[in-house]
Design a protein around this ligand. Sequence first.
Ligand SMILES: [Zn+2]
Length: 204
Amino acid sequence: MWVTLFAVWVAASAPRKVANMPRGWSWPPNAAMKRVGGECLARLDAAGIEFRKAKAIPKISTAIVLPGLAIGELMLTPLGGGGPYPMDCELAAGIAELGPSLRALGIRAIRFRTLHKYRTVRKKGRKTRILSRHAIGLAVDVFGLELDDGRIVEVEHAWASADVMPAFAAVFATSPRFRTPLTPANDPHDHGDHIHLEAHLRIQ
Ligand SMILES: [Zn+2]
């Protein structure tokens, strides 16, 4: 009986788990998250990416903003809403690491809509109670790409016809820094017009 009571006590006193959050994630950020955040900022510094730390933003572990929305030679172009577009360092550092591969595809700008947004996951057009990775600054919704020749290709119209689109998604799909992107190919219902990119936050 005591064992049972002890088990009940442990379950009741354990931190409440938040669905879909990275393993080891908590709010406010714990010591491990702060350490990982510091290492990420050092990676951005070493890559020569210009950034500044953002004021504390709910649920973003290591919040930064990118002046001019530049990640090296790659631009992030907002398609709506005002800045300054705070994001977790891991998203910026992840894109920075893939920058040369994206530039090699002739991509000079990523055209995005939602970056950080405090909202839940939608599945088949319906809201769920799962907190979105957009809410913790790790995800960005890409609606189009601007190429070196000046062309703008949109996910909605060019996914099937422009080879650069699947190639863009593949760069992220093969990176250990990112989860598998959601695209018109693997999630046509909810991602028919954009690609959802989501950086990992590895806390352990
Ligand atoms: Zn998204």
